[in-house]
Write a protein that binds this ligand. Structure first.
Ligand SMILES: *[C@@H]1O[C@H](CO)[C@@H](O)[C@H](O)[C@H]1NC(C)=O
Ligand SMILES: *[C@@H]1O[C@H](CO)[C@@H](O)[C@H](O)[C@H]1NC(C)=O
Ligand SMILES: *[C@@H]1O[C@H](CO)[C@@H](O)[C@H](O)[C@H]1NC(C)=O
Ligand SMILES: *[C@@H]1O[C@H](CO)[C@@H](O)[C@H](O)[C@H]1NC(C)=O
Length: 464
């Protein structure tokens, strides 16, 4: 999630009814009544590993992680890809990704009883074929520890140095992690973090002995904010041609967008961020939607469930989280520290990554914040020799088990996916499509495979 809309989302009132015993259905788990001896997690829902990765041993600042090993790996574990997930915000916890989106167990209401929270297995989990690591990034987010507010990153370079420290210490936890291909993934404001750490790894690797390098294999960004100056200028046309605002409102919104663009060009970073927030508030006000994250929703995403779940001391204990931390979905301290970073572009980092690695940009179709048009507009402006061929590449109809799932456009190392039936939180809305997408992209199967003769002949037929 991006942080600034939290105040727009009316909090769901969650009432807990604690049950003293676990329910009978084996896959559903009730929260225990208190800090009694019962565990909130049965063994099968526990992460393979979790705890803290130091980013600065002298101050004690550390990144909290949960790691889930692949459930059905198709190669030996030492060759099985590792996915790393980073949440957006700035300052929102990756535990939302873990327990509400793509992790193997998601928090939900217990359907049969009134409304205690339960963990339910997610058949669309991203750790079916791959290892999956969630990092609470930057420090100060979720269960991560910032020893002082001054140590919280204020720019993407510092974010990347902290992530690099955490990732390398994670790899050292197990000798079999050393050579596994690593894919950095994330959503929303991670459209900044993912390129930042990917770029940092590639630059750093150039100075390291092969045995010291991080084995980066690709980066994937869902509904990302990456090149804000281009993206902020797309809301008005997108909403207008979607029939959500009229022509007069379009003009008003465009005026607000130009202000954000102008302030960004003059590097007035703080005011530029405020101006972007104004654009989004204006769009929210004009449309009266439940959430800009998905214009089809009647109510906002109820990711608050994760907060209620993770504030339980028993849950913190089994996850190895510091029990004195009161879990928040998004940290204001981190949001404030990165306020001046919001409108700064990392497009040049994606241009570097697409030349040296592979890049996936995917968007849920219903998102009005960082959606399809917003992404395609900045991609067209990339300084990359392949961009012309990418723009001309066919947009293929993507089906899963004969049902329409979305569209895929790929050329060379760049892939773009439109996920139908999804808003900003793609894995929450379309878990099986999101799983098929990430698996096929990593393994270069299906529409993510290499160009086949079939493609050439169908282009040729089109020309005839
Ligand atoms: C930033 O923009 C605001 C609003 O337009 C203006 O008042 C302020 O002087 C600008 N600051 C700088 C450093 O240019
Ligand atoms: C939009 O803003 C106006 C003026 O502040 C307010 O009266 C109106 O209720 C708002 N509409 C919505 C849908 O939030
Ligand atoms: C937990 O966090 C608190 C406050 O940040 C800190 O003082 C304490 O040392 C931490 N405890 C452990 C076990 O790390
Ligand atoms: C673009 O595609 C054409 C046709 O496949 C190819 O000849 C050309 O080398 C490509 N351009 C770049 C910059 O890769």
């Amino acid at each position: 999630m991006e942080q600034s809309t939290r105040s727009n989302s009316p909090n769901l009132v969650v009432v807990f009814f604690f049950f003293l015993s676990f329910c009978n259905i084996p896959t559903l788990l009730s929260l225990p009544s208190s800090s009694s001896s019962t565990s909130a997690f049965p063994n099968e829902a526990l992460p393979t590993k979790s705890g803290y990765l130091p980013v600065n041993p002298t101050t004690g600042s550390a990144i909290f992680y949960t790691f889930y090993e692949a459930q059905e790996p198709i190669s030996t574990l030492s060759q099985t890809p590792l996915l790393i997930w980073l949440q957006g915000g700035p300052g929102c916890s990756s535990m939302t990704g873990n327990f509400f989106e793509l992790g193997p167990w998601r928090v939900n209401f217990h359907k049969a009883k009134s409304d205690p929270l339960v963990l339910e297995p997610n058949s669309g989990s991203w750790n079916r074929l791959f290892g999956l690591l969630f990092l609470d990034n930057p420090i100060g987010t979720g269960f991560s520890i910032a020893s002082t507010p001054q140590e919280i990153p204020r720019d993407q370079y510092t974010v990347a140095t902290h992530l690099f420290a955490a990732i390398t210490s994670f790899i050292e936890l197990d000798p079999s992690f050393k050579f596994r291909p690593i894919y950095i993934t994330g959503e929303s404001y991670a459209g900044k973090y993912v390129p930042a750490i990917g770029y940092y790894i590639l630059k750093k690797n150039a100075d390291l002995a092969v045995s010291e390098q991080v084995n980066l294999a690709g980066v994937a960004i869902g509904n990302g904010l990456t090149d804000p100056i281009t993206q902020v200028a797309t809301h008005a046309v997108n909403a207008y041609f979607s029939g959500l605002i009229n022509e007069r409102q379009k003009s008003e919104l465009e005026k607000a967008q130009w202000e954000a663009v102008g302030l960004t060009k003059s590097k007035n970073w703080s005011e530029a961020t405020n101006a972007r927030n104004k654009v989004l508030h204006l769009l929210q006000n004009m449309t009266g939607l439940a959430t800009l994250y998905d214009f089809t929703r009647k109510v906002p995403y109820n990711s608050d469930l994760v907060t209620d779940f993770l504030q339980n001391n028993e849950v913190k204990k089994v996850l190895g989280a510091n029990e004195s931390i009161v879990f928040e979905e998004c940290s204001d301290a981190v949001g404030d520290a990165l306020h001046d970073d919001v409108m700064k572009s990392v497009k040049y980092m994606v241009e570097f990554l697409v030349k040296k690695s592979k890049v996936l940009l995917y968007q849920g179709h219903f998102d009005l914040r960082d959606g399809v048009v917003s992404t395609e507009t900045w991609v067209k402006t990339m300084d990359w020799e392949g961009v012309g061929n990418f723009s001309m590449a066919g947009r293929k109809v993507w089906k899963i088990n004969k049902a329409l799932a979305g569209f895929v456009q790929k050329w060379g190392s760049l892939s773009q996916v439109v996920v139908l039936g999804a808003g900003h939180l793609v894995p929450t809305d379309q878990s099986l499509s999101s799983q098929a997408m990430i698996e096929d992209w990593v393994l270069e199967r299906g529409l993510f495979g290499h160009p086949q003769e079939e493609d050439l002949s169908s282009n040729f037929q089109g020309a005839l």
